[in-house]
Design a protein around this ligand. Structure first.
Ligand code: FMN
Length: 351
């Protein structure tokens, strides 16, 4: 299967290769992470700390193959309130020589209602939804960006284990407006309040009050994560605001400003992670993304303070069998170094 994918990767446009890569995984040998990799973060039980980063399954079409190839969780999206389609435009480039994937244009997004339908039909998890306002809203009506986030939370609330507010800007995703403290603080406050209100409605519905909300099909209170890029946020201040407003986790980081993911991000991503861990001290979960291509690198991120890691480029560079390989490498490395559980490793670089 890997050899077949490498032909697609080297001959077809990146987005087509991406699609076929995930489609092929439907027929691959399933990989199940070892029980030793199980971990609990923010009340969610993860079969492995290695997850699919946003963008791999942006429309909720590939939950089955992504779990089949061994991911411990999947973050669907980024999703916007309504459809955002740029047909015929190149959205992704897979540059195997330089070990990177490049976001060239706005991804084709089918909108929140599409994803809701997909998630309604498929209970696999843990899964999160990565939400953001569309570039059109950001450009034409920036004052309603927060409303788009809130609308997405309302729609998808019953069907996810966690939410991610995506603030990771690059030359394609024009989210730079959230770099101002007052902007992101307001958004966090509204998002947490909305989530709490939905929990209240759920409880009311369960106790017999006639309120219009479908029961959550997931069993717990969904935590709220925030995803940021490497450039625009000062660690100490950002962590303080997250703590003050009740944000549960921070995903560090998205692509670089040029829209590139892959090996080139590794050094910066781990440095950022270490910087943030000094301030979170385990009070807020950190999820590391950027340049994780093997199990050793995943272990380094856990040691540097990440509770979970996410992978994008490795999957589209090497094919989906890389997920099982990275997972196995992580398990072996933990055993070799004498660790009994994931929890024991987190932040070890500082102890
Ligand atoms: C082509 C492409 C599309 C992406 N789409 C999204 C997206 O829709 N939402 C998001 O939060 N991150 C997106 N990302 C960023 C990835 O989720 C990930 O954070 C980043 O690529 C770094 O991880 P990696 O080095 O493993 O690729 C995208 C990245 C690439 C290369």
């Amino acid at each position: 299967m890997g050899a077949l994918y490498s032909i697609f990767r080297d001959t077809l446009p990146g987005s087509t290769a991406h699609y076929l890569n995930l489609k092929l995984a439907d027929w691959s040998t399933p990989f199940t992470p070892s029980k030793d990799l199980e971990t609990e973060v923010c009340g969610i039980n993860f079969p492995s700390p290695i997850g699919a980063a946003a963008g791999l399954d942006r429309n909720g079409d590939f939950l089955d193959p992504l779990f089949r190839c061994g991911f411990g969780f999947v973050e669907v999206g980024s999703v916007t309130a309504s459809t955002e389609r740029k047909q015929g435009q190149k959205t992704e480039k897979i540059d195997y020589q330089n070990k990177k994937c490049i976001q060239e244009n706005v991804d084709e997004k089918r909108g929140i209602l599409w994803i809701v339908q997909k998630l309604r039909q498929n209970a696999k998890g843990p899964r999160g939804a990565n939400i953001m306002p569309s570039n059109e809203t950001i450009t034409a009506l920036p004052s309603i960006c927060d409303d788009e986030f809130i609308y997405c939370i309302d729609e998808i609330y019953p069907f996810v284990d966690y939410f991610t507010l995506n603030l990771a800007a690059n030359r394609v995703n024009k989210l730079q407006l959230y770099r101002k403290e007052s902007k992101y603080r307001d958004l966090f406050r509204r998002a947490v309040r909305e989530r709490d209100m939905l929990i209240g409605l759920q409880v009311a519905a369960k106790t017999g009050l006639d309120v219009e909300i479908p029961y959550r099909s997931r069993s717990l209170i969904p935590p709220i994560f925030v995803k940021i890029d490497n450039e625009g946020f000062e660690a100490k201040n950002f962590v303080n605001v997250c703590k003050e407003e009740g944000i549960d986790g921070i995903i560090l980081s998205g692509t670089n400003e040029k829209g590139e993911g892959g090996e080139i991000l590794a050094e910066q991503a781990i440095n950022k992670l270490k910087e943030f861990y000094q301030y979170t001290k385990g009070d807020i979960a950190l999820i590391s993304s950027g340049g994780i291509m093997n199990g050793q690198e995943a272990l380094k991120r856990l040691k540097a303070g990440a509770s979970l890691v996410q992978i994008y480029s490795a999957v589209n560079l090497e094919g989906t069998q890389i997920v099982g390989k990275i997972t196995q490498e992580l398990e072996n490395a933990l055993k070799t170094e004498g660790y009994q559980s994931i929890k024991e490793v987190i932040g070890k670089a500082f102890k």
